[in-house]
Write a protein that binds this ligand. Structure first.
Ligand SMILES: Cc1cc2nc3c(=O)[nH]c(=O)nc-3n(C[C@H](O)[C@H](O)[C@H](O)COP(=O)(O)OP(=O)(O)OC[C@H]3O[C@@H](n4cnc5c(N)ncnc54)[C@H](O)[C@@H]3O)c2cc1C
Length: 547
């Protein structure tokens, strides 16, 4: 009798996750393994080119690659990973359109969830500093830059105009330097289109905690990069760091305050929250693995790689969080997973890196490859060739090469691709008989009826009982949110009904910060629970059960 395929579950669709899936597709036949990958987007981001989205050198969707095309034999689940249960080998994801979580059982697990910005202990940064990791971050920053330029053009107050024209980046590593270089190039290039800004100076500042920028590179190349940035008008503050921020200023450890409306932070980073509660050995919050990239106590079953893992090579070198390492780690993990599935030789991570490269924008870069140091135009040309070659798919390569060519011929795009943010509280309409939610669903929203009526129904022993009818001004759905349990009644529209929907996050924020609001719902929930028990012995999720 043939054995069913092993369930391989990969969490995270960045460099580490997608390359693991791709290698596994090559190493294992479909009869041997079913591969599933969970990621919150259906694409992976080619982060080394992300800063070029700021200036529009590369079109927005050309820096991402659809996972379904890159890994054609992998099942993609576009959801948020909410919980990892290592003991029972189950991963729980967020609900989708239907408010039910997915539970994914696995035989082998790969954790490759990258990192997130961590502003713990830095008041005001969460609210005011823009991160730069995802495609959404790049688009938001680009739109924000255009917005401040538009405002600066009409602003009469010189102080506010100066703030609008000041740009601060926290972090002088690769991403900080590349972001600032692109931002500065963009502002320089488009300022001439703003009649009142043409002759106005703008200020760009990099704040770096170390005593030099680009600590990943040799001192001479870092000094070259520093000189180029200074020549282009970028100030570099060394030996200082961001400690807090308001909507008007960035505050540094030294006490310096920089008045600005644009603050970007590329440091510090931490593993994603879902990994913080994971019960396993960690180092600086990262998952500690052996040279086979296996999690301690879960060898042969769980692997961790990429930015979320703490890895040492066979030679004992600590592995830096870069894309070139993540891709090689994926090869090691895939070989070892295949060995666990069907036996065979195992691999140990021994890659020591090929070198480092960083773009300084505007025809300059620094590169240190296989011991050779390059800077200026030649390094910039090499940077472009290497990253273009590494970009998967001819389609993407042609698009990016075309974007670069067009950028050489024409000025950068200045149109703002503004997308209206989803309103958190929104309206919805239901026709008679429509179900608002089912008993057993997760509590995701609270509803306020603005027009029409609905029935509160309890399913019990295969039958459905009417508990109550609600009308204009009534609200429902709060019980599941307050108790963090699933819905214990179904709500069905009795007539055409309009409601206001308050999502869980906003409901909880209001409850925590406006005590009177919270009290109303807590007391209502108590009354309803009591009335529900009188009715059915179970407690009611919703409903004026004694109308
Ligand atoms: C601006 C910038 C420039 C860079 N430039 C370079 C460079 O030039 N060269 C280089 O080698 N490296 C560079 N890096 C670093 C490199 O991109 C990272 O080291 C690499 O992306 C790490 O890969 P990863 O798979 O571990 O994480 P990521 O690529 O971050 O992927 C993690 C994935 O997990 C997903 N995820 C996270 N949490 C959840 C969750 N709870 N549920 C579902 N999905 C989740 C994320 O959406 C993401 O898709 C750069 C990084 C940045 C930010």
């Amino acid at each position: 009798m043939s054995t069913p395929p092993r369930q391989i579950l990969i969490l995270g669709g960045g460099f580490a996750g997608v390359y693991t899936a791709r290698y596994l597709e090559k190493l294992l036949r479909p009869e041997e393994a079913a591969i599933t990958l969970v990621n919150r987007e259906n694409y992976w981001v080619y982060q080394p080119m992300l800063p070029e989205v700021i200036s529009g050198s590369i079109g927005i969707t050309n820096v991402v690659s659809p996972i379904r095309r890159f890994c054609p034999r992998t099942n993609l689940v576009m959801r948020e990973v909410e919980d990892i249960d290592l003991k029972n080998q189950v991963v729980t994801t967020s609900p989708g359109f239907r408010p039910r979580q997915l539970r994914l059982q696995y035989d082998h697990l790969v954790i490759a969830l990258g990192s997130v910005s961590n502003f713990y202990g830095m008041p005001g940064l969460m609210e005011n500093a823009m991160p730069f990791r995802t495609l959404a971050d790049a688009i938001v920053l680009r739109n924000h830059l255009i917005h401040v330029l538009e405002e600066a053009d009409v602003e009469e107050n010189p102080e506010l105009r100066a703030k609008l024209l000041t740009f601060v980046v926290g972090g002088g590593g690769f991403s900080g330097v590349e972001v600032m270089a692109e931002l500065n190039d963009f502002v320089h290039a488009v300022k001439k289109n703003y009649l009142r800004l043409r002759d106005q100076p703008h200020r760009c500042v990099i704040v770096q905690a170390d005593d030099r920028i680009l600590p990943e590179m040799s001192e001479t190349l870092a000094a070259f990069a520093h000189k180029i940035l200074r020549k282009r008008g970028v100030e570099v503050l060394l030996g200082d760091r961001l400690v807090s921020a308001t909507s008007e200023r960035a505050i540094l450890q030294s006490g310096i305050e920089i008045h600005c409306k644009t603050l970007i932070s590329t440091v510090p980073s931490a593993p994603p929250p879902v990994l913080r509660k994971l019960d396993c050995e960690k180092e600086w919050g990262k998952l500690l693995v052996n040279t086979g990239l296996e999690l301690k106590d879960y060898e042969g079953r769980v692997w961790a790689l990429g930015d979320c893992a703490s890895i040492k090579t066979v030679a004992g070198t600590r592995v830096p969080p870069t894309a070139q390492h993540a891709i090689r780690e994926a090869t090691t993990a895939a070989i070892n997973i295949a060995a666990s599935v069907r036996g065979g030789k195992r691999d140990e991570f021994a890659f020591e890196g090929l070198g480092t490269m960083g773009s300084l924008g505007h025809g300059a870069a620094v590169a240190q490859i296989l011991g050779i140091k390059l800077s200026g135009l030649i390094a910039w040309f090499l940077w472009r060739c290497i990253y273009l070659m590494k970009m998967p798919g001819l389609n993407r390569k042609v698009r990016i090469a075309t974007d670069w060519l067009l950028r050489l011929l024409f000025p950068p795009e200045l149109a703002q691709t503004k997308v209206a943010p989803e309103p958190s509280i929104k309206k919805q309409h239901f026709e008679p008989g429509d179900i608002v939610f089912h008993q057993g669903d997760l509590g995701d929203n609270v509803y306020v009826i603005t027009e029409g009526e609905c029935d509160v129904l309890r399913e019990q022993d295969g039958s459905q009982r009417l508990l109550a009818t609600l009308g204009h001004g009534d609200y429902f759905g709060e019980m599941a949110l307050l108790s963090d349990k699933t819905r214990n009644a179904t709500i069905r529209a009795r007539s055409a009904m309009n409601v206001l929907i308050i999502p869980k996050f906003d409901f909880n924020s209001l409850r925590e910060n406006v005590p009177a609001f919270g009290d109303v719902f807590s007391q209502l929930a108590k009354r309803r629970a009591f009335a529900g028990q009188q009715h059915s012995g179970l407690g009611s999720d919703a409903g004026r059960v004694d109308p």
